[in-house]
Design a protein around this ligand. Structure first.
Ligand SMILES: [Zn+2]
Length: 888
């Protein structure tokens, strides 16, 4: 695949799971990265369309407040057959400021049976008109802002019948989701759950669906007695109706925006935990009950930590639930966070990476997002940049600065990848689709900007300002200015410059840095150093930045810190130096700048930086630069880094080994073999194993691989299996067959990886059966593509034809956009493989075997027809963008 294409793959991966927490596992997934090559794509055309589309965006005003929704009471039950909700809503209002005689509510695709005014004496019907998106109600009189009134609505919500652009049901914003509603799908539980953000809760209850609205709520959920339910606030009562149903009554007495309302029901095990005297519960499928504590167990400690920094957790309880076929990563519904199924992991799976960042992110929203809410989606960074930085803060507190700064590194890459094709204001009032706000600007860039602000004002001022911001604005919605004002009040300093540069403008500094040391003849004035920095960004598009930063000057272990303020395009700072030529001049010594940089620095300085500069980002940068060197001393430092205290450095150093000189092959082999078996971190053992497979394909390594096959990490054992089958096909297939019946999803994916390349046609059954045993969308996505690749190797046209409904069913019906994309990719690859087969049957334009050639063409056209039909039905912009089908 080509480089430009990989960019787009990354874009799609970054957009993956957009509603609250973008989940980026797929970006690390090699399968995704190589497969897209099969999809027709014109990058230039795409970029052109895309940049045109973003230039023409309209201004997005905050929702105009006419009536204030004070309280929502819902009584709901479900029609599983039709996937509908029957609801009775009692809503309390008062005019926001000006008197009014009418009320407009968001209510998408309902059947409305009745709308009445509720008074002390009973109900009196109100006149209304309904356009299937909003209902316009004529009140009985004009109300003033001191007068409350109540409206009753009897309705049916029909999320499956919602239309998107004249096409079929919207899969990603229908608000209410029935999973396996008729219990016909094997291995899948029946569930119902909701997803409100951004404006989808009005698909299941009438409301003012805007982030600057705020209400208290009660929900009565009537459901099969076998199910448990979860909603916001506290479970006040649970009443058995004696007819096989039960009514659970949930009540939240603190106001929150309507998009944060949720419900979920299904057969969950509830793992009970607590923080102080508050309930902290984890709802998982019964099979994962025993892992509940391992998955969520740090939640009480996070509550403690965040409360100590930002004021006590404000809400009545904290529950988290994991549901099937979720359309996003996770959602911070007030007191009831909802997660996708990927969160359910066994203890062994967690060795290859857990989801603690997601858990801290959603919890942090309960201060930034739920307690203080962005006034409009234009201000979304006030929710998402904070939640992203919450991940950093938790890591820093729990695991130290290295683990936290590793997160910063990831944020920078995420933002820069997006910045290649799209740069925009962080707070942006002009956008096409509000869903577009959930991008790497709002998350990754914003998180880094908050980190810079912290480094500028200092920790004390940073936390005091945020505490003040929360205290002043709690239970209200805010714009970016409220944040600035809180910082200004605490620090006593005008901060417009910082907020204008970073929140209200686009782009980032592109710095060129060089240093020059001068010996002075004059012993009185001493030696000095010139540090010259140029801001090379195009200042017609991005600001000329004012950047305060630190410069550390090293002589051995001794460090002298200076602060400089860069505020010109081309600027030289002259700093005094004592002790001769420094061993290292470390510009941006806190490594906090959100920028790209070219730095003129000697190799010896990077060596010094690796050994003496304190931060993960110092060491990571140093070995990355040293890897470019062929010098033996640089090689020795990389070898040294194999013992770094932080795992990511050890893992990166393995990758850099091949380019370093001065180390014997035997020395490297011994060290890396040892790491592949004994490093404490699974990710490092995996990197070591990958390195060995690539560089030491000798038979004698089989012993290491067979030991690694027994590793506690699935990632490591899967790599070992791949290595073994590559060196000894029979042996590897033998191991794979022994694992075929495993109940573990990760093992199935490993086996599929082997069969994709080496399995005979008798493995068809394994693929057909295996898929239904998977839960995690990452596994499912991989498996779909592995199955397609397995089929691409076969000459059995019937087998391929048998498989087509499998792929098209996923491409058409899966809830998750990337799964539908996976189904389409699987088909597109099969189509292209047939095309290639037909090409291969030609020599100098002449067809060698006409029958075989025509068969391949016929099959190619059949699959091509299916792909076209599926693409025409697809409405999700992310899938279409990925396929290069255009904006709308
Ligand atoms: Zn979020």
């Amino acid at each position: 695949m080509n480089k430009t294409l990989s960019l787009i793959i990354v874009i799609a991966a970054v957009l993956f799971f957009s509603a609250c927490k973008p989940k980026e596992k797929l970006s690390e997934n090699d399968v995704l990265t190589d497969t897209a090559a099969a999809v027709d794509f014109d990058l230039e055309e795409w970029l052109k369309n895309y940049s045109e589309a973003i230039q023409e965006n309209p201004y997005r005003a905050s929702y105009k407040r006419v009536n204030d929704l004070l309280h929502t009471k819902l009584e709901v039950n479900f029609n599983w057959e039709k996937q509908q909700l029957n609801g009775k809503a009692t809503l309390s209002f008062k005019p926001y400021f000006y008197p009014t005689d009418s009320l407009t509510l968001d209510a998408k695709g309902f059947d409305i049976r009745e709308i009445s005014l509720l008074t002390a004496t009973g109900k009196s019907p109100l006149k209304f008109t309904y356009d299937t998106a909003q209902v316009h109600i004529k009140l009985d009189k004009t109300y003033t802002r001191t007068e409350e009134y109540k409206v009753f609505i009897d309705y049916t919500a029909k999320p499956e019948e919602l239309e998107a652009g004249g096409s079929k049901a919207i899969t990603s914003d229908k608000g209410l989701y029935f999973i396996n509603p008729l219990d016909k799908e094997k291995n899948k539980p029946r569930q119902v759950w909701t997803q409100g953000e951004t404006q989808a809760n009005s698909c299941w209850f009438p409301t003012i669906d805007a982030p600057n609205e705020r209400m208290t709520q009660e929900i009565y959920i009537t459901i099969d007695t076998a199910f448990v339910t979860l909603s916001n606030g506290l479970l006040i009562s649970s009443k058995n109706n004696g007819n096989g149903t039960r009514t659970d009554y949930w009540k939240q007495t603190l106001g929150a925006a309507p998009y944060l309302t949720m419900m979920a029901a299904g057969k969950f095990a509830i793992v009970k935990d607590k923080w102080k005297n508050m309930e902290v519960n984890y709802y998982v499928e019964p099979a994962y009950e025993k892992y509940g504590r391992a998955i969520f167990g740090h939640t009480p400690e996070m509550l403690d930590f965040f409360s100590s920094k930002f004021g006590n957790y404000a809400w009545e309880k904290y529950s988290q639930i994991v549901v099937r076929d979720y359309v996003s990563g996770a959602m911070e519904n007030t007191t009831a966070t909802l997660h996708g199924e990927y969160l359910q992991q066994t203890a062994r799976e967690m060795l290859d990476g857990d989801n603690e960042d997601v858990i801290s992110h959603e919890l942090f929203h309960h201060w930034f997002g739920d307690l203080v809410t962005c006034e409009s989606w234009s201000n979304l960074p006030l929710n998402e940049s904070f939640a992203t930085y919450g991940e950093y803060l938790w890591r820093e507190y729990k695991y130290g600065r290295d683990a936290a700064d590793h997160h910063l590194d990831g944020d920078l890459s995420n933002y820069l990848r997006e910045a290649v094709y799209d740069q925009k204001d962080l707070i942006r009032f002009y956008y096409d689709d509000r869903e577009d706000m959930f991008d790497s600007h709002s998350y990754a860039k914003g998180g880094r900007v908050l980190h810079m602000l912290r480094k500028y004002v200092g920790d004390d001022a940073f936390f005091a300002s945020l505490k003040l911001y929360l205290e002043k604005n709690k239970f209200t919605s805010v714009e970016i200015h409220q944040l600035r004002l809180a910082f200004e009040e605490v620090t006593g300093e005008d901060l417009n410059w910082f907020f204008n540069e970073w929140f209200l403008a686009k782009g980032h500094p592109e710095l060129a840095i060089s240093t020059f040391f001068y010996y002075s003849e004059d012993t009185l004035s001493g030696d000095f150093i010139d540090i010259t920095i140029e801001q090379k960004q195009d200042t017609s598009k991005a600001p000329l930045y004012r950047i305060p930063m630190y410069v550390d000057i090293y002589h051995g272990k001794n460090v002298v810190r200076h602060q400089v303020i860069l505020d010109e395009q081309y600027q030289t700072f002259t700093l005094p130096v004592v002790g001769g030529k420094p061993d290292l001049v470390n510009v941006d010594a806190e490594k906090m700048l959100l920028c790209t940089k070219e730095e003129e620095k000697e190799e010896s300085e990077y060596i010094h930086q690796y050994r003496f500069a304190p931060l993960y980002l110092d060491r990571a940068e140093a070995i990355q630069k040293l890897a470019l060197s062929t010098d033996s001393i640089a090689g020795a430092v990389i070898f040294e880094a194999l013992n770094d205290k932080y795992w990511k450095i050890r893992s990166s150093a393995i990758g850099y080994l091949s380019s370093s000189e001065g180390l014997s092959k035997e020395q490297i082999k011994a060290k890396v073999s040892d790491m592949s078996l004994h490093d404490e971190r699974a990710a490092v053992r995996a990197s070591a194993l990958k390195y060995l497979v690539k560089h030491y394909p000798e038979k004698e390594m089989m012993l290491v691989y067979e030991k690694a096959l027994l590793d506690s990490s699935y990632n490591v054992s899967g790599l070992a299996l791949g290595a073994i089958v590559k060196m000894d096909k029979e042996k590897g297939l033998g191991y794979a067959e022994a694992y075929e019946k495993s109940t573990d999803a990760k093992v199935l994916v490993d086996v599929a990886t082997v069969y994709m390349q080496y399995g005979g046609r008798e493995k068809e059954d394994f693929f057909v059966q295996g898929y239904s045993r998977l839960i995690d969308p990452n596994d499912k996505y991989s498996f779909v593509l592995l199955y397609s690749r397995f089929l691409q190797r076969t000459d059995d046209a019937l087998m391929i034809k048998r498989s087509l409904p499998f792929f098209s069913n996923i491409a058409e019906n899966d809830n998750a956009w990337f799964m539908r994309l996976g189904g389409l990719q699987g088909l597109a690859e099969l189509r292209d493989a047939q095309n290639q087969k037909a090409e291969d049957l030609k020599s100098s334009g002449e067809v060698l075997d006409k029958a075989a050639h025509d068969d391949a063409i016929a099959l190619r056209d059949q699959i091509s027809g299916i792909v076209d039909e599926l693409v025409a039905k697809e409405t999700d912009k992310k899938v279409l963008r990925y396929l290069g089908v255009g904006e709308e």
